[in-house]
Write a protein that binds this ligand. Structure first.
Ligand SMILES: Cc1cc2nc3c(=O)[nH]c(=O)nc-3n(C[C@H](O)[C@H](O)[C@H](O)COP(=O)(O)O)c2cc1C
Length: 423
């Protein structure tokens, strides 16, 4: 069947919000300068759109030697500004009127453009847009890319410092192979979302655990579970986007996002030790236990690999430390979020299990889901039940990022209530 075109439906923009709604209603001006990293720009524009943004591209002459304006027109679905004309494109995009840019993103940004922006020179469409941002109070996000010596030019370093002092935010670069490489598309998109999202968790310290832990049978064999860590990463990312100071303690193979301070562990005891060490550092507002620790481990770990030719093997399993109990006991005032995976396909059984677990663990809020038949583990989506003092909420199937948003809304509301009570 043919898809409908027409009002609100543009075949070049049909990917909009397919990955998230964080940038819906936001207009991003994507300024491109003459670095080879500009070959990443079409993907960057598309990814911003997948998170809901309207994107308008602006290019310097040097950028045009490296990436075609037609490619950016296709990628954004909008005309590309290549020079300023009597239409005063810079005013349309960034002048003081409703509908102007919410963010000016310079990616990639050459050493040349960094210095011009810092000195107030505007002689390309990109530097003019930067001037409009700096003078008009529009957030300016800069993603440098250059050969390392160009980036290390003391004049460039001083100009970066100058821009930072004026509130300009830098994403990257990453130093590799003699180059100051542009941050990845995912890092830039996350930085844009963070810059534009509500900061209701600013000043809050939040510890998140995620992924599975494993208990050793011998040096190469373990007892573990199928948790992927996707829910943990989604929670850590969302808390960071909303301004929290986040520590992510995790097991498993899924890497956390670069911007979040994180610690990888293997066993439940390592996860417990890392969590308590972090709590002992002081002020923690919320502890979110989304990890799936291996609840049982062999009583004794064999020092050498166990030979299979020796026949059947009996293992005595003992419970591993209950991290959540230790957190509640040692830090009774920390807002405690517990995730509970149950094999309970019937809704009433899941509600019962969640309520019981909430009582036993002393958690403020329990997020429960059914994992019978391996459901939810490693999946992109989940449906959950949220049990707390104020009652029960059923969250129908949606992405783990969206579930993270809903859980953190509850955390934010509760922390605000507690602060108000104390005031
Ligand atoms: C193939 C090629 C790649 C380049 N890559 C970079 C780069 O990564 N970073 C940089 O600062 N300059 C780079 N340059 C040099 C800039 O294009 C040059 O400084 C130019 O004047 C920048 O103009 P603009 O900042 O207005 O885009 C490159 C030049 C060429 C020809």
């Amino acid at each position: 069947m043919l898809r409908k075109q027409g009002k609100g439906r543009d075949p070049l923009k049909d990917i909009r919000s397919s990955r998230g709604k964080e940038l819906e209603g936001k207009m991003v001006v994507l300024c491109v300068t003459g670095s080879v990293a500009s070959i990443e720009v079409p993907s960057l524009a598309r990814e911003l759109m997948r998170h809901g943004a309207e994107v308008n591209a602006v290019m310097s002459d040097s950028a045009e030697k490296l990436v075609r304006p037609e490619t950016l027109e296709w990628a954004t679905g909008n005309p590309v500004v290549r020079k300023l004309t009597g239409k005063t494109e810079h005013v349309r995009l960034a002048g003081e009127w409703e509908g102007r840019a919410d963010l000016i993103l310079v990616a990639p940004c050459t050493a040349n453009t960094i210095s011009k922006m810092a000195l107030g020179i505007d002689d390309t469409p990109v530097t003019t847009l930067a001037s409009m941002a700096l003078g008009g109070g529009i957030p300016l996000l800069v993603c440098p890319a250059a050969h390392e010596p160009m980036y290390r030019n003391p004049a460039v370093e001083a100009n970066i410092q100058r821009l930072k002092e004026r509130g300009v935010e830098f994403v990257g670069p990453k130093f590799e192979e003699g180059k100051a490489k542009m941050a990845t598309v995912a890092e830039i998109v996350d930085a844009a979302i963070r810059r534009l999202s509500k900061k209701d968790l600013e000043g809050r310290k939040i510890i998140v655990t995620g992924g599975p832990t494993a208990e050793f049978i011998d040096p190469v064999r373990v007892i573990t579970n199928f948790s992927s860590g996707k829910m943990g990463v989604a929670l850590a990312r969302e808390a960071w986007l909303r301004g929290a100071d986040v520590t992510y303690i995790f097991g498993g193979r899924l890497n956390p996002i670069e911007e979040v301070r994180s610690k990888r562990v293997v066993t439940t005891k390592e996860m417990r030790d890392a969590a308590l060490e972090e709590l002992e550092k002081g002020k923690c507002d919320a502890f979110i236990m989304a990890a799936a620790p291996a609840d049982f481990g062999p009583e004794k770990e064999a020092k050498a690999k166990i030979r299979t030719r020796d026949g059947a093997l009996s293992l005595r399993l003992t419970p591993t430390p209950k991290i959540i109990d230790e957190v509640r006991k040692g830090w009774p005032k920390v807002y405690l979020v517990a995730f509970k995976a149950e094999t309970a396909p019937a809704r009433d059984d899941l509600i019962e299990a969640a309520k019981r677990f909430r009582k036993e663990s002393g958690a403020d809020i329990v997020v429960a889901n059914d994992v019978s038949g391996g459901k939810a583990f490693a999946a992109e989506t989940n449906s959950v039940l949220i049990v707390q003092d104020s009652g029960l909420k059923s969250i129908s199937e949606r992405s783990k990022n969206e579930i993270a948003g809903i859980v953190l809304d509850e955390v934010s509301r509760s922390l605000k209530r507690t602060t108000l009570r104390k005031a």
